[in-house]
Design a protein around this ligand. Sequence first.
Ligand code: DGJ
Length: 692
Amino acid sequence: MSAEYSTVGKGDYREHALEAVMPDGSYTADFIYKDHLIYEGKNKLENMPSARGEKEACETLEIQLYDQVCDVTLTLYYTGFYKSNVITRSSKITNHHENSMAIRKIMSMQLDLPQSDYDLVTFDGLWGRERHKHIKPLSQGRFVVDSKTGVSSNRHNPFIMLKKRDATEHYGDCYASNLIYAGNHYEVAEVSPFGKTRILSGINPHCFDWKLGTNETFQTPEAVLTFSDQGLNGISQNMHHFVSNHIVRGSWAKKERPVLLNNWEATYFDFNEEKLEALIQEAAHAGIELFVLDDGWFGERNGDNSSLGDWFVNTKKLPGGLGGLAKTVNDQGMMFGIWVEPEMINHNSRLYEKHPEWAVQIPNRRPSQGRNQMVLDFTRQDVRDYIVESLVKVFSSANIEYVKWDMNRNFSDMFSLELPRDRQGEFFHRYVLGVYEVLDQITKVFPNILFESCSAGGNRFDLSLLCYMPQTWTSDNTDALQRLYIQSGTSYGYPLSAMGAHVSAVPNHQTLRSTPIETRFNVAMFGVLGYELDLSKLSKGEKQIIKEQIAFYKKHRALLQFGQFYRLDDIFDNNIASWMVVSEDRKKGILGLFQKLTNSSPAIDIIKTVELREDAIYTISNRKQFILADEKQDLIKEGMKPVETECYEAYGDLLNRAGIKLSQQFCASGYNEKIRVMNDFGSRAYIFEQKD
Ligand code: DGJ
């Protein structure tokens, strides 16, 4: 049997979409078709972010089901988005009975497939290694990915894929699902003894218990489903199109994003006006467009143990205030942005002195701290009002054009003093709704600020926050090699314009690895480019290289941020990996080629493209990049040296089908201008341009 939305008590023994104590006290629910509606476009969900769907872009089917015994209605929503090949789904339950009911589990979608020869692809990790791809063959039983941390989490992203066992990046049947939700999520793949597969996605039932009184309604978040017979890249194309056109919104949605310099890894908490001004000058000189002042500008915050909640400027560090600093930045022709972490409170803060009851904690129990901080109880209206008021004040106090919205701990001691004892099972979801309410208000007051969400790097990289904030800080890990995995993993479900990617110093602060400055850029340019290092500590050569990198990025930014992205050789399986972006008209493309480790006597490298026009001739040239003397001391005597020049011409069909051979990598047989010295963590970028 295949079902659209399975319930308890009527003979389906697989995992259910709905589990509730119904108004008659039983767990059995039996929903029968009552009515349906079909209309153009789609409606917004009331208290949470959802996909935007104009009339011409999509069509919605609403199916109303009814349980007569319990007098409960269940509505299933399906919206088909023509151009993205996406169907969004959600469900809504209304209790008309005089008795209340308790929802223990309510999924956003269920998908029953008649076969089971699938691999489940998930994106898992922790801090600093977010969204690494894992593939597991399904077999009888259940496999669950979820989050219980209170946020969508770096442990398991809500985005999952199901691929036919023989499907690859480029070929074969694949399905995918994501959830527009910032809180605890739950995805299940179950293969039944009959060899069928069921997929579910929705709010995690963990600690979830929602009381639904008479005439009350509960709406689930929206799930996003897609299918492609063009392999995993086909899924990514669908998801990227959908995110760019139906998730990200506002004035920055399709606008090229500025190249930024963030002071975090340059100074951490240890800055003053003078230090920042030096950085600002260097940034302007390099061609940076946005200067971001990270953590430490407010209250008495000189470390991570105080002042969260005290959203007023620290005039000891910044005597001219945010206004003064913004002016300095603007005078250098750049935009100014700041960091905030509105959902948190430190014990050591004025706010805590005044409102200890606003911190999430359980009476008579010492709350566990995370990064020396507690979560603010966003289920409370007074807390949300205070935060909105404080942020409006800060963001209006200077010419602030960018905001990084951080959130640096997972939940513990979940409890709200405002909720009755028997409704604490609503805490997690009410918190998420509270965050949405605040974000909704703030982004309405400041429609032109570019918001970037962050959560200890990529601990909350999800579609719901992208509805408010067009880009997300992908990971605190800026090591170029690690970023290849993180950005590859992230790219399966999210477009490049959603991923913040920075060039940082070496040895890298997260891994202590040193990678070439050009590789750090080649990786970061496949995302929204930023720099996060003390530019004044760089050599003249490095400064020159950065200047050229930024100029290159600006020239090709529209393509790099909004072009169609493909994974060509997957980093998870290969020593050499490659990514490519192609313009919509397929006249232009940029290919990044990355090497993990050098091999002695390396094989010939061939780059093979996708989607170029078969009958058109393309010129192919490598980006002008440099090797620094300290990277290759015995080969290069002077400070820096341009790498080999490669230049080819070929038809698109040759490039797509056979590929072209690159010049030989260094292999102990001497060095000349044609030899490609890649070395460990080396990389190149190739530009493809159609000849008229
Ligand atoms: C965690 C973020 O991911 C970092 O980029 C930085 O903003 C710190 N928080 C600041 O505390």
